[in-house]
Design a protein around this ligand. Structure first.
Ligand code: HEM
Length: 235
């Protein structure tokens, strides 16, 4: 590796680790916000305010998988773990462009929802983006599983076992981010019912929050496991 490549490798690793830190940190913040929501004593106004904070905080963990994957693919190529030579020249820009396009769509949806004054056109656009988004995430899950499992079984296209494990486990995070779309919507509806004073919604709201917290702990565990695999590089 020349000096330029070594520097690029280090900068990419730094970016990779920064995304990981932000991801873990914001998931912890989400967990704490959920704990606040579970208190019966907070007023509807406080709950509404917490919900707004929660919405902004939860944007990070919703989108981090795409930059993490794009940086991971670049690290894989620059670090010569796989996708070397002309394959890297195609795979790295393709992963970066797809991630950037997808992120632009997510920022659009986030901003439109946060403003809370969507026109009919925007509502329609958000619906289409959301459908494309779900299809995109499942496609990425499928591609990564094929690449990861094939690499574990045959050593191709990724010879390093630790990296093949990362690529096989990472789709768990993407799949759970799709599940969040549904769980998040259900939590939002139950929260609105509680804010509107429906006593009967409290039990369901509490159970949904507990499910959300369990999912966060699961994601946290997978992220930490992926970091450990990268640091210790077993195999
Ligand atoms: C949440 C998911 C991920 C986490 C927490 C994570 C964590 C890390 C950490 C902590 C390192 C630094 C290891 C070291 O310097 O010893 C690293 C390096 C690396 N990661 Fe990831 N990573 C994730 C996803 C991915 C994905 C999806 C890929 C591949 C597509 C990937 C590929 C790599 C590569 C190639 C390296 C560089 C190893 C080297 O050259 O020393 N990572 N990762």
């Amino acid at each position: 590796m020349g000096d330029g490549d070594a520097m690029t490798h280090e900068l990419l690793k730094l970016a990779h680790i920064l995304v990981m830190s932000a991801w873990l940190g914001l998931e912890f913040a989400m967990f704490m916000l959920f704990s606040w929501h579970r208190r019966d004593s907070i007023t509807p106004d406080d709950r509404r305010l917490l919900a707004r904070v929660h919405e902004s905080v939860s944007f990070g963990p919703k989108i981090f998988w795409a930059p993490m994957l794009a940086i991971g693919v670049a690290l894989t190529s620059v670090g010569r773990w796989a996708f070397t030579g002309s394959v890297g020249v195609v795979v790295v820009p393709a992963a970066s462009v797809l991630a950037a396009g997808w992120l632009a769509g997510q920022v659009y949806v986030f901003r439109a929802r946060l403003r809370g004054t969507m026109t009919t056109d925007q509502t329609e656009r958000v619906k289409v983006i959301s459908q494309v988004d779900t299809a995109f995430r499942w496609s990425v899950v499928a591609v990564l599983l094929v690449v990861g499992i094939s690499s574990l079984a045959t050593g191709e296209p990724i010879a390093a076992t630790w990296l093949a494990w990362k690529v096989t486990l990472f789709p768990l995070l993407i799949a759970s981010s799709v599940t969040w779309k549904r769980v998040g919507r259900m939590i939002g509806q139950a929260r609105q019912a509680v804010i509107d004073g429906a006593e009967s919604a409290r039990g369901r709201y509490g159970r949904l929050i507990r499910t959300g917290q369990l999912m966060l702990v699961g994601q946290w565990t997978v992220i930490v496991a992926l970091a450990w695999i990268a640091i210790s590089k077993p195999g």
